[in-house]
Design a protein around this ligand. Structure first.
Ligand code: VGL
Ligand code: ZN
Length: 193
């Protein structure tokens, strides 16, 4: 598959708090995907964007608020920064999400109740993007929801599975769910000439 001007790369939440060994919500094997993600950034995408989970300190997803996750990616902290190992030079935009205290946002496109679009859809349309390629962390949470939304919004959608790592669901199970929504699962080697 040849990548060109109508292809967008979405790099999801490659942030210190999601990376072993010291991240607050470290995704097992999350650090091992960085070379694959960096390889993808070198391909001739029309648009490359990253997302950044960016929570207020009292966010509803945190255990102190009876949410499912430990404190992570608090706005302005080191843990919320994109990994220093991620190649960011080619990124056109960094889309922050999960900023509103009462609602979480796994997808790069909207929050978890399907309200409050981030504007990424319009941005990609304005840039004539037809196909979206998603990678990053965590495969079973924010990558999956981003890919599912991209497909629902009419983009031809791919997940690059060896450039993703899951927090708990086995990758094969995530792939099955995504394929049922029209997402195609590929590997980095399928995209490099
Ligand atoms: C994520 C859990 C909580 C993710 C974000 O980036 O997949 N997971 N917040
Ligand atoms: Zn989060």
């Amino acid at each position: 598959m040849r990548i060109g001007p109508q292809d967008a790369l979405i790099i999801v939440d490659v942030q210190n708090d999601f990376l072993p060994p010291s991240g607050a919500l470290a995704v097992p094997g999350g650090d091992t995907i960085l070379p694959a993600v960096n390889t993808l950034t070198n391909l001739p995408f029309g648009v490359r964007v990253a997302t950044q989970d960016w929570h207020p300190a009292d966010h509803c997803s945190f255990t102190a608020q009876n949410g499912p996750w430990p404190d992570h990616c608090v706005q302005g902290t080191e843990g919320a920064e994109l990994s220093a190992l991620l190649r960011t030079n080619g990124l056109a935009a960094i889309m922050r999400k999960g900023m509103m205290q009462p609602v979480d946002s796994y997808s790069a496109f909207t929050d978890n109740n399907g309200q409050n679009p981030t504007g990424l859809e319009g941005y990609l349309h304005t840039r004539s993007i037809k196909r979206v390629w998603v990678c990053g962390l965590a495969y079973d949470v924010c990558v999956a929801d981003t890919a599912q939304d991209a497909a629902r919004l009419g983009f031809t959608t791919y997940v690059v599975e060896d450039a993703c790592a899951s927090v708990k669901t086995p990758p094969a199970q995530v792939a099955e769910r995504l394929q049922a929504h029209g997402v195609t699962i590929v590997r980095v080697q399928d995209m490099t000439p």
